[in-house]
Design a protein around this ligand. Structure first.
Ligand SMILES: NC(=O)c1ccc[n+]([C@@H]2O[C@H](COP(=O)([O-])OP(=O)(O)OC[C@H]3O[C@@H](n4cnc5c(N)ncnc54)[C@H](O)[C@@H]3O)[C@@H](O)[C@H]2O)c1
Length: 283
């Protein structure tokens, strides 16, 4: 087998930097190309510890720029993609949905098309290739507040004490119907459909995972956990949506990185879709 050259998009972001570090350190024989536009959310300081490694390269580029993406596939002989680059903050998507459609939909489509063209031009075509798209469980909508009969409530909150309602006893599954509600989740849902369409239409090997909320180091402070920690430290109020009854599952970002390897790089042929959730707590 030839060299394994993996393109990680959005590698300067929160989850991408953990995934990139994991691959660079665990697989010195792989070449890892981190492609990132370095928007407000990208920070190369997240990867200071690996930037000098011989199997790591950073390329500043925009995933929407298909001509540049085509060049990158050729230049680095890319045979695997882990696609994380995205506009990822729901509140920003409400103010500026076009930027989300541009990056998350058109950017994903550019990557898919560039991968298809390059891989189809090779003698072995799609053999040994993988386009792994990291998506979100927000494409499924909201988890219900549920309390199945006969199951004791694990805890109550002020908001729920009246009817002793337990929170978050249900999960999203791979078979759950898509039901996006925000411009962010609509753009991610659309990108998921394009990835599946490239699998169905052209036979391109793809994998989509729809993970729950991640937490851990290097997260931009606009997201819930770092925002709350920051606000608590500075004595500011904690903004809660509605009555605070939203249900969230939490996945430790380094566990997500490990699952990326397990689901994407050790399964052959890869499953076409997979929902990654580690149940930590719900609020
Ligand atoms: N953070 C979560 O809890 C969570 C949960 C589920 C799914 N996801 C998905 O995981 C992926 C990564 O999320 P994150 O929280 O690390 O995001 P993030 O916002 O921290 O990082 C996104 C990265 O993408 C880069 N980027 C943005 N637009 C780009 C473009 N046009 N071209 C190239 N690079 C671009 C940014 O510079 C940044 O480095 C996203 O696709 C997101 O939808 C995140």
């Amino acid at each position: 087998m030839g060299a394994i050259n993996i393109l990680i998009t959005g590698g300067a972001g929160f989850i991408g930097s953990h995934v990139a570090r994991l691959f660079v350190n665990r697989y010195p024989e792989y070449n890892i190309v981190n492609l990132d536009k370095l928007t407000y959310a990208g920070n190369l300081a997240n990867l200071k510890d690996v930037e000098g490694k011989p199997n790591y390269t950073f390329v500043k580029a925009d995933i929407v720029d298909i001509d540049r993406i085509r060049e990158i596939f050729r230049e680095y002989d890319i045979n695997g993609v882990i696609h994380l680059a995205a506009e990822s903050h729901v509140d920003r998507s409400i103010k500026d949905p076009f930027t989300f459609a541009r990056t998350n939909v058109m950017g994903t489509l550019s990557l898919l098309q560039a991968a298809k063209e390059y891989w189809e031009s090779l003698p072995e075509k799609f053999e040994g290739k993988l386009f792994y798209h990291i998506s979100t469980d927000e494409v499924y909508g909201a988890l219900e507040l549920t309390h199945p009969e006969g199951v004791p409530a694990p805890f109550t909150t002020k908001a729920s004490s009246e009817d002793n309602m337990a929170y978050g006893t249900e999960f999203f599954l791979e078979t759950t119907k898509y039901n996006p509600h925000s411009p962010y989740s609509a753009s991610k849902a659309s990108s998921d459909h394009f990835v599946r369409a490239y699998n169905d239409t052209y036979g391109m090997p793809t994998l989509v995972t729809n993970c729950s909320n991640n937490y851990g180091s290097y997260q931009f402070p606009e997201k819930l956990i770092p925002l709350f920690i920051n606000n608590i430290r500075h004595g500011k109020p904690l903004p809660v949506y509605g009555k605070g009854e939203n249900v969230r599952d939490w996945l430790f970002v380094e566990d997500h990185g490990i699952s990326t390897i397990r689901t994407g790089w050790t399964t052959s042929p890869p499953a076409n879709t997979s929902t990654v959730t580690k149940r930590m707590s719900s609020n």
